[in-house]
Design a protein around this ligand. Structure first.
Ligand SMILES: [Zn+2]
Length: 198
């Protein structure tokens, strides 16, 4: 599949949020197109993730992969389900997930419990969709504020974990984006094409 590979390593937990129903969409979109809970990514992304294994072992942690490669068909469905600007990029070609060059991640203990962070990864909570559908944007906007790297209202532990993840990822081939602490692009992402999935 166009240089895409599955992570397939015990230090990484495949737990794609769009392959579950308890996400903001309230639907298992990846399951609905037959993709399922499989963390595929460009082989360069996998290599960069695997280069962190010694750090994970030293800390006694694992990494949860909450999203990786996203089939364009799945992205289009997500835009159809929530066609509100600011939620999902209207054009799938502009989403790094559809290029296999982005991952949404957090660190966990060895049992797979997430470390503490200023907020959950992405908008796991289905109530955001219901609230937004009723015109109540405030809770989701508050969540987006907590999602930023510069959000300072969290505990020392939560901020420390967010910072540790950022330093780990950016020292192993990834770049952060300011508005989502969990999202990382492989450096040089501009050079990778969209990958279709059949
Ligand atoms: Zn992402």
């Amino acid at each position: 599949m166009n240089n895409l590979v599955r992570i397939d390593d015990p230090h990484f937990i495949e737990d794609l949020m769009y392959a579950r129903k308890d996400n903001m969409l309230g639907q298992d979109v990846y399951g609905s197109i037959g993709f399922g809970n499989k963390a595929y990514m460009h082989e360069d992304v996998r290599k960069a993730l695997l280069s962190m294994v010694s750090v994970l072992e030293e800390k006694g942690w694992k990494m949860r992969i909450c999203d990786a490669y996203r089939p364009p068909l799945a992205h289009q469905k997500m835009v159809e389900i929530i066609p509100i600007p600011g939620f999902f990029k209207a054009d799938y070609r502009t989403s790094n997930h559809c290029h296999g060059t982005a991952v949404d991640v957090c660190l966990t203990d060895l049992e797979g419990n997430n470390l503490a962070y200023p907020c959950e990864v992405d908008a796991y909570e289905p109530q955001f969709q219901r609230q937004v559908a009723m015109g109540n944007f405030a809770p989701f906007q508050e969540h987006l504020r907590k999602a930023r790297h510069d959000y300072a209202g969290a505990t020392v532990e939560e901020i420390g974990n967010r910072e540790f993840l950022r330093k780990l990822m950016t020292s192993h081939g990834f770049e952060a984006i300011p508005h989502e602490w969990w999202h990382y692009n492989i450096i040089g992402w501009q050079n990778y094409p969209v990958v279709e999935w059949k």
